[in-house]
Design a protein around this ligand. Sequence first.
Ligand SMILES: *[C@@H]1O[C@H](CO)[C@@H](O)[C@H](O)[C@H]1NC(C)=O
Ligand SMILES: *[C@@H]1O[C@H](CO)[C@@H](O)[C@H](O)[C@H]1NC(C)=O
Ligand SMILES: CC(=O)N[C@H]1CO[C@H](CO)[C@@H](O)[C@@H]1O
Length: 157
Amino acid sequence: MLSTTLLTTLLTTTTALALPLHNPLAPRAGGPAYTPIPATCPVYTVLPVSLSSSPPHYAPLASVDAANQVYAAYWDPASTNDTDLYIGCLEQCNGLSGCKAAYIAWEVPTPAGYYGTPGGELMTGCLMYNRTLVAGDFGAAKEGTHRDGRMGNLSCK
Ligand SMILES: *[C@@H]1O[C@H](CO)[C@@H](O)[C@H](O)[C@H]1NC(C)=O
Ligand SMILES: *[C@@H]1O[C@H](CO)[C@@H](O)[C@H](O)[C@H]1NC(C)=O
Ligand SMILES: CC(=O)N[C@H]1CO[C@H](CO)[C@@H](O)[C@@H]1O
């Protein structure tokens, strides 16, 4: 659940991140609206799962991205509170029709074709899916990518 204070922080943060500074990859304007998740709608996570890499870097399997990813937002690396960004990612999923699960990690490579770029830029990635994700939907990420990956299933969607 998100307090008003936290939401204010979040919105301030988002505004700051939306300014295209030196990074040519400006976050997409007008992503899904940040929609607070009611306390009656718990968020369930299936991470961490056991992985051979240590520390584990979880990434959704490419097949899951191809079949079920419905939206992705990439944000410039920032020193913002990771928990706030995770909650913001969940809230954007909540605001997107058909979104049932969201995943966020740091140092996520942008996909090829992102804003006409070859991709591979490491950014904070918030990825949204149209089905509940299970532990088997995740695998070990490539070294140096997907730091601190976390996910949530939205129980009311
Ligand atoms: C999820 O989205 C993909 C397109 O990204 C679509 O092909 C698929 O049918 C959708 N699945 C569900 C369960 O809505
Ligand atoms: C990040 O935000 C969460 C939730 O608002 C808070 O509990 C936590 O203390 C914050 N962490 C830092 C390092 O500010
Ligand atoms: C393992 C786990 O917590 N799964 C949850 C994922 O989200 C759905 C609701 O969308 C829950 O019913 C599951 O329990």
